[in-house]
Design a protein around this ligand. Structure first.
Ligand code: TEU
Length: 541
C-alpha cells in the first residue's frame, strides 16, 4: 500500500483541556497546571498526541480567561510560568505536545495596552484598539456584541466609543495597526521558544473586521494578515495551528488549510453545529436535527477539502453542550452506546479528531439551575430575554440545552466527593451523575466509553485509509443511517451508524457481509438488523 507523507498532526488525536475544570491541586476549587501535570499519565493512557490548553494567562476572568491581561504570564489561579515549563517538559516526556490558546482578536480591558489607550487619544497605545468619536447614547451603529448589548462602549473622558465583539471587558484589537501585529507576533515567538507544539487561534476570522460596515468575520484583509502572521511566527517550524472560524465555508477553509502551509493547519468550522437551531435564530432557539442535512454538511466538508485542505473533527468544546445529551441519548439505557456511536461516526472521517475533556467518558449536560450557572453568555442572555418578554422557563430550557456551562462542570475522575476534582468547593457544581460516570470506573473496563475511544485512537494509527482515503457517502437520503466508505489503494473501510434509537433493517451491500469488523459498539457480531445507536467499521481489501 502506498503511504502519503504526513504532518504529525494529520495522524494525531488532540485533547482539549479546560484547565479551570480539569484537576485542582491546591483545594481552591479551581483546576490548575500542577493538577493537569498529575493527570498526564491518564492522557497518555488514552493515547492522545497533543493537548489544546484553554487560556491560563493572567486574566480578570470575566470570560473565564478569554479576556487576557498579560499574554506572557500565567494567572496565579492556575500556577506560574515555572509550572507551565514543567507541563511542557512532562508532556514531552510522554510524547504529548502542548497547544496554547491564542486570543488575538481582543484583550482584557485590564491589559496594560488598554489601560494606556484610556489615558488619551495621543497615547501610543490608543490606536491599539478601535475608537469612534460620538455622543453619549448614540453609538456609531447598531452592531450587537455576542454577549448581549451594543458592541460599542462609551468612554466619557475620551468622548469616544470603543468596539467590543464580546464582553464590554474585552475590547477588540485594531489589526490595521502594524504595531499591534508586531507586538502579537513577538508574543507568539516567545511561546514558540518556550517549546509549545502549536496554537489554537480564538475567533481568528474576526481580526480583519470593518465595524463601520458591520463586517465581523472574513474581512477583506483576513488572509493577507494570516499569511503575514504565519511567515513571522509559526510558519517557521512544524507547529500545528487551528483557527476558530465560525464564518468558514468549505471554500474559505481551503484557503485557511491549504497544503502549502501558508495559513493554518486546519480550522474549526461550525456549519454542522448550527443545524439544530431555528433558521435565522440563535443557538438558544432549539430545533430538531435533520440527519439527512447533517450528512450533506459533513460530506460536503469531506469532499471539498479532500486533497486541497484539512478538516478538524469535533462534536464538543468548552463552548458547546455535551454531544451525548445533544445528539445521542443521556438516559442510562443508551448513554454509552450512543456516545460510542457518535465517536465512531467522527473517527471514520478524514481530518484531525479533537476530544473535549470528559467526552471520552460519555459525560453529559449538567442541566444547571440559573443560580448554578456561571457563564457570562448565559447570564446575559437570561437577563436580555427576560426583558424581551420570554418566559423564564423557556429561557432556562434553552440555557440547559445549549449553555456553555454544560461543558464546564468539573472533570469526573472518580466517585469520591467532588468527583476527585477538588478537595475544596468547586467554582461550578459537579454533575451529580459523577457517582457512576467517572474515569476510575472506566479505565480498566474493556466495554467502557474510555476504552472504546482508546480503540478508535489506535485504529487511526493503524489504518492509513482513515488518514488518506477518499470519501463516498452511501444511503444519502436515509433518515436514520449514516454510512460512508473511505478508500485508499485496494483497501476500503465502511463506517455504519444508526443515528437513532429505533431498530432498523440493515442496509449492508452484499459484498460487505464477509468483511472484517474493525470496531463495533455492541458485543458480538454485526447482525441483520441495526440496534439502537449501533455503529461499526468494516474493512475489506
Ligand atoms: O468563542 C467564539 C464564539 O463566538 C463563541 O463564544 C460563540 O459565540 C458561542 O459561545 C457559541 O456557543 C471564542 C471562545 O471559544 C469563547 O470561549 C470565548 O468566550 C470567545 O471566543 C471570546 O473570546
Amino acid at each position: 500500500m502506498s503511504v502519503n507523507a504526513h504532518h504529525w498532526w494529520q495522524e494525531a488525536v488532540i485533547y482539549q483541556v479546560y484547565p479551570r475544570s480539569f484537576q485542582d491541586s491546591n483545594g481552591d476549587g479551581v483546576g490548575d497546571l500542577p493538577g493537569l501535570i498529575r493527570r498526564l499519565d491518564y492522557l497518555r493512557r488514552l493515547g492522545v498526541d497533543a493537548i489544546w490548553l484553554s487560556p491560563v494567562y493572567r486574566s480578570p476572568q470575566e470570560d473565564n480567561g478569554y479576556d487576557i491581561s498579560d499574554y506572557q504570564d500565567i494567572d496565579p489561579m492556575f500556577g506560574s510560568l515555572a509550572d507551565m515549563d514543567r507541563l511542557i517538559a512532562e508532556a514531552r516526556l510522554r510524547g504529548i505536545r502542548i497547544i496554547m490558546d491564542l486570543v488575538l482578536n481582543h484583550t482584557s480591558d485590564r491589559h496594560r495596552w488598554f489601560q494606556e489607550a484610556l489615558k488619551g487619544r495621543d497615547n501610543p497605545y490608543h490606536d491599539f484598539y478601535i475608537w469612534r468619536d460620538g455622543q453619549p447614547g448614540q453609538p456609531p451603529n447598531d452592531m450587537r456584541a455576542c454577549f448581549g448589548g451594543s458592541a460599542w462602549q462609551w468612554v466619557p473622558q475620551l468622548q469616544q466609543y470603543y468596539f467590543h465583539q464580546f464582553a464590554v471587558a474585552q475590547p477588540d484589537l485594531n489589526w490595521d495597526n502594524p504595531a499591534v501585529r508586531e507586538a502579537l507576533y513577538d508574543m507568539i515567538r516567545w511561546w514558540m521558544k518556550r517549546g509549545v507544539g502549536g496554537f489554537r487561534l480564538d475567533v481568528i476570522d474576526q481580526i480583519a473586521k470593518d465595524p463601520d460596515l458591520g463586517i465581523t468575520n472574513n474581512g477583506p484583509r483576513l488572509h493577507e494578515l494570516i499569511r503575514e502572521m504565519n511567515q513571522a511566527t509559526f510558519g517557521n517550524g512544524d507547529y500545528v495551528t487551528v483557527g476558530e472560524t465560525w464564518g468558514a465555508t468549505p471554500q474559505i477553509a481551503r484557503l485557511f488549510s491549504q497544503p502549502d502551509g501558508s495559513e493554518f493547519s486546519m480550522v474549526f468550522q461550525f456549519e454542522h453545529i448550527g443545524l439544530d437551531q431555528k433558521p435565522g435564530g440563535q443557538k438558544w432557539d432549539l430545533a430538531p436535527l435533520d440527519l439527512v442535512r447533517l450528512k450533506q454538511v459533513l460530506s460536503g466538508w469531506q469532499r471539498q477539502l479532500y486533497g486541497c485542505g484539512w478538516n478538524s473533527l469535533f462534536w464538543n468544546n468548552h463552548d458547546l453542550p455535551r454531544i451525548v445529551s445533544r445528539w445521542g441519548s443521556d438516559k442510562p439505557a443508551y448513554r454509552e452506546v450512543s456516545a460510542k456511536m457518535l465517536a465512531t461516526l467522527l473517527y471514520g472521517f478524514q481530518g484531525t479528531p479533537y476530544i473535549y475533556q470528559g467526552e471520552e467518558l460519555g459525560m453529559t449536560n449538567a442541566y444547571l439551575s440559573l443560580e448554578d450557572c456561571r457563564d457570562i453568555e448565559s447570564l446575559n442572555l437570561y437577563r436580555e430575554r427576560l426583558e424581551e418578554g420570554y418566559a423564564p422557563a423557556d429561557i432556562l430550557r434553552s440555557i440547559q440545552a445549549r449553555g456553555r456551562d454544560n461543558a464546564r462542570t468539573p472533570m469526573q475522575w472518580d466517585d469520591s466527593p467532588q468527583a476527585g476534582f477538588s478537595s475544596g468547593e468547586p467554582w461550578i457544581k459537579v454533575n451529580p451523575n459523577y457517582s457512576y460516570i467517572n474515569a476510575a470506573a472506566q479505565v480498566d473496563d474493556p466495554d467502557s466509553v474510555f476504552c472504546y475511544y482508546q480503540k478508535l485512537i489506535n485504529l487511526r494509527k493503524q489504518e492509513t485509509t482513515l488518514i488518506d482515503g477518499s470519501y463516498t457517502l452511501l444511503a444519502e437520503s436515509d433518515p436514520d443511517l449514516f454510512m460512508y466508505v473511505r478508500e485508499w489503494d485496494s483497501e476500503q473501510i465502511l463506517t455504519v451508524v444508526n443515528f437513532h434509537a429505533q431498530e432498523r433493517p440493515q442496509f449492508l451491500p452484499e459484498h460487505w457481509k464477509q468483511a472484517n469488523c474493525l470496531i463495533h459498539n455492541y458485543p458480538g457480531p454485526v447482525g441483520e438488523t441495526l440496534r439502537p445507536f449501533e455503529a461499526f467499521m468494516l474493512k475489506h481489501w
